[in-house]
Write a protein that binds this ligand. Structure first.
Ligand code: FAD
Ligand code: MLT
Ligand code: ZN
Length: 471
């Protein structure tokens, strides 16, 4: 392998080929600390040509490549296996914003751009880049595209896929596909762009993208409301959808148990609504008209919701910093879970019409079989996306609890998801975490088609093997 490492060094410069164990360590363990792998080297290319060159070298030597962005993914997709024979290709040095096209309302950027930097660069030119998620300070647009990330603005602006117009991709053979047209219509055969989006680095390496921009809203109002149950929360969502239509940009649900965990680890993040309501909902309206217009609309809908007995309490954020505090509370749940120790995550979608049934039935089954567990259930309710997570009973050791119960709990939750015609991965992807269950979930025909695509695009199986689909 030494000659291959020398070739990498000749292609990138020696300092961008990390082989020392201490240098590689930060790239080897995922954010949840669930997976740790080994790598022959961590490579840090700066240009698309360098990526292409590296892929050609790997293909010639049959060395597998694990693409990596911010390494914040939840499914172990960016973590190598334990063989020590794979290389990690981390794209963080490819962080240039190539262009903001004001007339076309697009931003052209390299895969290693950090999401928050993109949002800030867009805002500096009076544009909104709507993708928003808790990891935005470290995740990268290449990773967002590769996982088709969702987040908190999907209700109004869609997933990452919906925000993308063009891609540049290095194929498994090291060829560069330039699909960087910023077009909103282009029906010229198969949609290659959409094939690479969400493929988690298994079909190609995304090196750049053209993304949509939107006018920056001039007014935004955020409220926290207390609801008694899921049925009334869905009725509340429907009411807001009807009255506020496209002004509704956020609708996030948090259970009492989720916020209790938050408060335990981050007391400053306590729920400002009194009395620990069963459900707390964060609602955001955004508009391009005056502050007063949106505020009045929000108050009118809340009054209607009170009269219809859909909500018991509400606080409207009086300024931006209070609105930010509401969002911080919501986003700290993930961090509180991480502080609490290993936990079982289920990132699922259920049709809204079956969500109440799903939660009632699944909660009951879980509580009957695992007395004392905490159901850390929160998420993007407006999209039917729940983070239905299970924390062990207070005081018990998370690792031994998970070891004993993980398989059975996953099976129970996923069987319920199937019954309700939902998805076992709403927004986090498959990676290595959900590889085994995918065939049963997708069905044999869909799964075989995925394998056919993988074989066609990556016959040597060098791009992120044994992630998403094994061939
Ligand atoms: P990585 O973790 O580095 O990689 C993810 C996958 O994409 C891997 O399979 C990797 O091989 C592949 N990949 C990375 N870059 C490329 C590339 N350039 N070309 C091809 N393949 C590539 N996700 C959501 O959807 N919604 C949320 O609300 C959300 N909230 C989060 C909150 C926190 C606190 C954390 C830690 C994570 C959250 N996530 C969320 C998960 C994660 O942030 C997203 O999946 C994100 O899109 C991953 O981006 P990344 O740059 O970190 O990718
Ligand atoms: C979120 O919505 O905060 C996340 O996707 C994170 C999680 O599932 O913990
Ligand atoms: Zn989420």
């Amino acid at each position: 392998m030494q000659s291959l490492l020398d070739q990498f060094a000749a292609a990138l410069g020696k300092q961008y080929v990390l082989t020392d164990q201490r240098d590689k360590a930060p790239y080897l363990t995922d954010w949840r600390k669930r997976y740790t792998g080994k790598a022959l080297a961590v490579l840090l290319p700066k240009t698309t040509d360098e990526v292409s060159h590296i892929v050609k070298l790997c293909a010639a030597s049959n060395v597998a490549i694990v693409p990596q962005g911010g390494h914040t993914g939840f499914c172990g997709g960016a973590t190598p296996d334990s063989s020590g024979q794979q290389i990690i290709l981390n794209l963080k040095r490819m962080n240039q914003i190539r262009e903001i096209d004001v007339a076309n309302q697009t931003i052209t950027l390299e895969a290693g751009c950090i999401l928050q930097t993109i949002q800030e660069s867009a805002a500096a030119q009076d544009f909104l880049f709507p993708l928003s998620l808790g990891a935005e300070g470290s995740c990268m647009i290449g990773g967002n595209l590769a996982t088709n990330a969702g987040g908190t603005n999907v209700l109004r602006y869609g997933n990452t896929r919906d925000l993308c117009l063009g891609l540049e991709v290095v194929t498994a053979q090291g060829e560069i596909w330039n699909g960087m047209k910023g077009l909103r219509k282009d029906n010229t055969g198969y949609d290659l762009r959409d094939l690479f989006i969400g493929s988690e680095g298994t079909l190609g390496i995304i090196t750049a993208a053209v993304m949509k921009l939107y006018p920056l809203p001039i007014s935004q109002w955020t409220t926290l409301v207390a609801t008694k149950d899921i049925a009334s929360t869905i009725a509340l969502l429907n009411l807001f959808q009807k009255r506020a239509t496209s002004l509704l940009t956020g609708f996030e649900m948090m259970t009492q148990e989720s916020l209790a965990l938050n408060e335990k680890h981050f007391p400053q993040m306590a729920n400002p609504l009194p009395g620990h309501p069963p459900l707390t909902v964060l609602i955001e309206l955004s508009d391009h008209e005056s502050e007063e217009h949106v505020r009045k609309l929000l108050e009118t809908v809340l009054e209607e919701a009170f009269s219809a007995n859909l909500i018991n309490d509400a606080i409207i954020a009086s300024n931006l910093s209070q609105a930010n505090a509401f969002w911080q509370m919501r986003e700290h749940i993930t961090l509180a879970q991480a502080e609490e120790g290993a936990n079982l995550k289920h990132d699922i979608t259920i049709p809204l019409s079956l969500l109440d049934t799903f939660i009632q039935e699944t909660d009951a089954l879980i509580r009957a079989s695992y007395p004392g567990v905490r159901i850390i259930n929160f998420g993007h309710l407006g999209d039917g996306n729940l983070h239905y997570n299970i924390a062990p009973p207070p005081g018990s050791d998370p690792n031994s609890f998970n070891l004993a119960n993980e398989k059975a709990i996953h099976e129970l939750v996923y069987a319920q998801v199937e019954r309700c015609q939902g998805s076992i991965s709403a927004e986090h992807g498959v990676g290595q975490l959900k590889l085994d269950g995918l065939r049963a979930h997708k069905g044999a025909v869909a799964h075989d088609l995925m394998k056919t695509l993988k074989r066609a695009l990556d016959p040597q199986n060098i791009l992120n093997p044994h992630k998403v689909v094994s061939i």
